[in-house]
Ligand binder design. Structure first.
Ligand code: ATP
Ligand code: LTN
Length: 333
């Protein structure tokens, strides 16, 4: 049997190079593996857990779906869909809410971080990981490729699955988080102590968005925060986090070994050279995506057709498991 892969990304802004390296780029590779059945989702219901402008959210959903296509995800090879188009997620999320102890949610570090930044903390923000568990579990998922920040949420999904199986009998597959060895946590360019994040991408200098123009990418990288030294090496020293981050971006986009990356910069004259070459590599990776995106976003009719096709496929996969769970929990079908 093929291994089922499920992952999602929020339409909270245009994706940045951290999302690309930590998640989307790996999805494209996974799609080419004949042993895998891949499902990738625009998780719009997750985006609603913090305040959104309706028109902006709608635009971001369409843009993100077009971006899936632009990076090379193929609706005939993978299932690509929008979460709110398939009711299993909201419905299944509710059922899982009713077996998830509140104490488990209070321990989630993302909730602690994100809630501090909100004036009003919405219930959905606390409940976010249960909806994510529904995304994963109702598709009988084996593997969840995500960045480091989502590991705790996938572990929660495992705990929920185990609890359900214990109370109602073997039902859910216990999913595994799959975190890349390199690039699981790309840091902010303006502050290499914190992770690059979509919700902060509007701050100048924080992130490179995959759809940024080459000039802007170059400008952002040239301004990236480094240290006062000149040594271009991978390092765990917090003071060298800026340089380490630039090297990691370079490494993941070129696919080279750490030694080969350091050798590439042996002749570099300081961080200026490093930044210029990192910018070249980032532009080479993102420019074709930006151009493809430009084409896909123009054809709203085609985007809607593909969204519908993906949602139908997703429904066919998740609906039987939803019925099974409702039946086991004692609902009348
Ligand atoms: P937000 O700030 O709105 O929470 P985000 O940038 O954290 O957004 P998500 O939509 O939450 O992005 O995450 C999409 C995927 O990208 C997830 O698999 C997540 O683990 C991964 N990811 C997010 N930020 C990074 C990062 N800085 N480095 C590597 N992977 C990342
Ligand atoms: N919470 C995830 C996005 C997400 C997801 C999922 C990832 C929602 N549902 C299911 C993998 C599987 C995030 O990246 N912030």
């Amino acid at each position: 049997m093929k291994r089922r892969i499920f992952s999602g990304i929020q339409p909270s802004d245009v994706i940045h190079i951290g999302n690309y390296i930590g998640a989307v780029k790996r999805w494209v590779a996974s799609q080419e593996d004949p042993e895998r059945d891949n499902i990738f989702c625009v998780v719009d219901l997750h985006a609603l857990t913090v305040k959104q402008e309706p028109e902006e959210l709608r635009r971001h959903i369409l843009e993100l779906f077009a971006l899936f296509l632009a990076v090379g995800l193929d609706p005939n090879k993978s299932t690509l869909f929008v979460q709110s188009h398939v009711t299993t997620h909201a419905e299944g999320g509710w059922l899982l809410n009713c077996i998830t102890p509140l104490g488990w949610l209070n321990k989630m570090t993302q909730f602690k971080d994100k809630s501090q930044k909100q004036e009003t903390i919405l219930t959905g923000l606390l409940d976010y990981p249960v909806l994510m568990a529904a995304d994963i579990l109702f598709y009988d998922t084996h593997e969840v490729p995500v960045g480091e920040d989502q590991k705790q949420h996938v572990e929660l999904a495992r705990n929920i699955a185990e609890r359900f199986n214990f109370h109602y009998g073997e039902t859910f597959i216990i999913p595994e988080p799959v975190i890349p060895q390199i690039g699981a946590r790309i840091m902010a360019l303006d502050d290499p102590q914190i992770k690059m994040s979509k919700s902060m991408a509007a701050n100048k200098g924080h992130a490179i968005r995959v759809l940024d123009e080459p000039k802007e990418i170059e400008r952002t990288i040239l301004r990236a925060k480094t240290d006062s030294g000149s040594d271009i090496r991978f390092s765990k020293d917090p003071l060298k986090a800026g340089v380490n981050n630039l090297l990691t971006i370079y490494q993941t986009l070129t696919g080279k070994s750490a030694d080969a990356v350091e050798a590439d910069f042996a002749d570099a004259r300081g961080y200026g050279d490093l930044k210029k070459r990192v910018a070249e590599v980032v532009i080479a990776a993102t420019d074709p995506v930006r151009k493809q995106h430009h084409q896909f976003i123009k054809d709203r009719g085609e985007l809607e057709r593909l969204m519908k096709m993906g949602a139908e496929k997703a429904r066919t996969i998740s609906e039987p498991r939803l019925q099974d769970v409702k039946q086991k929990m004692g609902l009348v079908l």
